[in-house]
Ligand binder design. Sequence first.
Ligand code: GDP
Length: 198
Amino acid sequence: IHYSSARFNTSASKLSQCPADEGAEVAFAGRSNAGKSSAINTLTQHTQLARVSKTPGRTQLINFFDLNIEGLRLVDLPGYGYAKVPIALKQHWQKHLDAYLQHRQCLRGVVLVMDIRHPMKEFDEMMVQWCQSTGVPLHVLLTKTDKLKRGPAQSTLLQIRKSLKAALGDLVSVQTFSALKKTGVDQLKERLDAWLLP
Ligand code: GDP
């Protein structure tokens, strides 16, 4: 798959606005500011595909991107937990995200983006539990690895991998990543290829 072929398809604010539930897609999730937009932009070699922005309002939509193979998509889920939005809006996002995760048949896996310096917060735990209950595979991207020295980065990787393997077994994989240094991109592509290609 050529991830640089990714092109914006549509935005959905509810399940009924999503593209037809056919083909196969992989969704990117993460807390606001974790580095999700930067990871998608690095993967696709676009500078602005997923807008690197912390502006509330821009990130409430589920964004769909088509890939170069018919029926294959990347999905950017709403960033979770932006501090400054009203609680009612947060609840709306949550419902919206829940509906997508529960009903989307063509979802092949979730990439959960975490800042390696702040892994496994409440939202991340929730996603792990969701994968556990649905059996949808999870790939954890520990990003901003360039912010840590190699030793601490490796020890966080091993520790997170160990605890997630205990909970999810073969359903989970974990890697380090840096959008700044562009490390971990090939490993991410391999995981996505394995999920998306029959
Ligand atoms: P999102 O809210 O999860 O989409 O996060 P963004 O992609 O907007 O990133 C949040 C902030 O972290 C921005 O200031 C980015 O420049 C920064 N950032 C994202 N990825 C990296 C990375 O790999 N390394 C470093 N050093 N900074 C990053």
